[in-house]
Design a protein around this ligand. Structure first.
Ligand SMILES: *Cc1c(COP(=O)(O)O)cnc(C)c1O
Length: 560
């Protein structure tokens, strides 16, 4: 935004889109102006602002509903934040708000609830369930909004009695209210009873990680977020929604279908499809997805397709081969490519890019520089023939954290957003995003002579207590973790895996961890047990662990 102040024009960036954080950011900006801090510094510091911590959590509820529980506070500004959060989550068209009395506002009830009614209308809420004496008394102010269904209860107990008749289904439900109303009980009614394995995704940590990278990006460099493979296993539109909300410039997916799913969930950001395939041309056009053209074959097929449909100026990306040897035009293709692009009005090049093969490895830093120079030569040659500017990009996560000089116009952030990048200095600046959790199904007290699991491979060396955990290789927990290699955390301590991993279950040794009971939570990975460590046990990389968590594992999203 541009601000006029004492005859000067100042450009600043507010790194938020929700009303509450924007207002806070404006306060910070005004204070810095007042204190006479110089404008470059103000500009730099504005970008470092973190959103105010919230306690919002989204879980799967009964009958395919989603539940956002914010039953900790009941003031108007936290209601506004919660409604913003609800609006960001677009998986259900229908929205219900369960709201208690708003206490100690110091305002006239009529006024107060009129404002609440306005907020509900603005956020397209379909149903209000009011709980408490004062909101019930003010129910007439809500009746002006004809598209809002309303139900009121004096207290939680009467709500609970009516619960079955209220029919929660295929909707997002926001629970918002003062602690004294004990709305937690409602949360429990609405939540699916989960004794299953869940992957918890900390949305606040993703935003934190995004901001950590923004700190080391030059102001003009754009961010393309890589959300391929269900956002590295952590979900699809939920993560893209968040990234869109925090003003990422571009998204990239591997296949057109992934892009279609994002569009259907209401994602409007430009989306690059890396692996363009001629079977998917119709959906690219229908859903405004931008293909990567990486070979003459796909270039010509797509051009023919556009010509046949009478389409022109279609946004595309061109991938250059500089050393990865995967997809892309090589340097020797440039002459023919230039011919194909000369005067070509079918295609509009949005970006020209390449991919680094070993940006994370110091042993290959010279190779990385070579890739960069080759890329620049190739992009310059294309720029010359087409005669208009386009974005240039080559850096992935480790490229950003380890090679400051190659940011160009845009970077493609993948694994770093999800909290993993050994190149990020100082180490530990990124936050763990996902926690894989399961529960104990049964506990057995076994003698030294017993064995555990298939093939009797789990041999005991002492009388042992063994817990069976509800997670197996069908959930993405590699069989390589078997027989003492892998560990899980239960009761705050590490327990080694005993015997082979089964399809749906794993046995762990809890002999040295007293007090564990059936139903207890087991951490498979998370802040206390990093994915990197599991990757070593499974002789793979964190990317494979994260993207391998099977789709039957429920994803649960929360904000701190
Ligand atoms: C996956 C991918 C990235 C992201 O890589 P990270 O190491 O996860 O940051 C960037 N560019 C391309 C072309 C990719 O396929």
């Amino acid at each position: 935004i541009t601000v006029n102040w004492r005859g000067q024009t100042i450009d600043i960036t507010i790194p938020f889109t929700d009303a509450a954080s924007t207002e806070n950011a404006i306060h910070c900006f005004c204070v810095m102006l007042y204190l006479g801090i110089n404008q470059d510094q103000i500009r730099a510091r504005m970008k470092l602002l973190n959103p105010v911590a919230m306690r919002l959590e989204m879980k799967s509820g009964i009958n395919n509903s989603s539940v956002i529980n914010d039953s900790y506070s009941s003031d108007l500004s936290s209601l506004r934040i919660a409604l913003d959060f609800m609006s960001q989550q677009k998986q259900h068209a229908r929205r219900t708000v369960i709201l208690s009395d708003i206490l100690q506002s110091g305002r006239d009830d009529h006024d107060l609830y009129r404002e609440v009614a306005g907020l509900l209308q603005q956020h397209k809420v379909n149903r209000l369930i009011g709980i408490g004496a004062s909101i019930s008394k003010s129910q007439h102010v809500f009746s002006e909004n004809k598209s809002l269904e309303v139900v009121f209860f004096d207290e939680v107990a009467s709500f609970k009695k009516a619960f079955p008749a209220l029919q929660f289904r295929d909707e997002t439900v926001l629970i918002k209210g003062a602690r004294i109303f004990a709305l937690e009980g409602i949360d429990q009614l609405l939540q699916q009873k989960v004794h299953q394995t869940v992957l918890e995704i900390n949305l606040t940590a993703i935003v934190h990680n995004l901001n950590e990278y923004r700190k080391i990006l030059s102001p003009a460099t754009k961010v393309m977020a890589m959300v391929k493979a269900f956002s590295y296993g952590s979900g699809s539109f939920e993560i893209s929604n968040l990234l869109q909300f925090y003003k990422t410039d571009y998204l990239a997916v591997a296949y057109a279908d992934e892009g279609v799913a994002l569009r259907k969930a209401g994602i409007g950001l430009p989306i690059m499809v890396m692996n363009t395939d001629n079977a998917g041309f119709d959906v690219l056009v229908e859903y405004h997805l931008e293909p990567n053209l990486y070979s003459f074959e796909i270039f010509n097929q797509f051009s023919d397709y556009l010509r046949a449909r009478n389409l022109d100026n279609f946004p595309v990306h061109l991938e250059m081969e500089t050393g990865m040897n995967r997809l892309g035009f090589g340097e020797t293709d440039l002459e023919s490519l230039a011919k194909a692009l000369n005067g070509n009005s079918l295609l509009r090049i949005r970006s020209v890019f390449s991919h680094l093969a070993a940006s994370e490895d110091p042993a290959f830093d010279a190779f990385t520089s070579e890739q960069f120079s080759r890329f620049n030569r190739m992009a310059a040659a294309i720029r010359e023939v087409v005669g208009y500017p386009f974005l240039k990009h080559i850096s992935n996560t480790a490229g950003v954290s380890r090679h400051a000089g190659i940011q160009l116009d845009m970077v493609r952030l993948g694994i770093g957003l999800y909290g993993i990048d050994n190149g990020m200095k100082p180490v530990g600046h990124l936050r763990e995003v996902s926690t894989l959790k399961s529960t104990v199904a049964q506990i057995k007290h076994l003698a030294k002579s017993d064995t555990v699991g298939y093939g009797r491979r789990g041999r005991l060396t002492r009388d042992s207590v063994i817990a069976t955990v509800r997670l197996g290789y069908a959930d993405g927990y590699s069989r390589k973790m078997g027989n003492g290699r892998g560990q899980m955390i239960v009761g705050g301590k590490r327990a080694p895996v005993v015997g082979s991993i089964c399809m749906d279950m794993t046995m762990i040794d809890i002999t040295d961890i007293p007090g564990v009971s059936v139903g207890d939570e087991v951490i498979v990975f998370g802040a206390a047990l990093p994915v990197q460590e599991l990757a070593v046990w499974a002789e793979t990389i964190p990317y494979e662990i994260l993207t391998g968590i099977s789709q039957r594992v429920k994803r649960v999203y929360f904000e701190e």
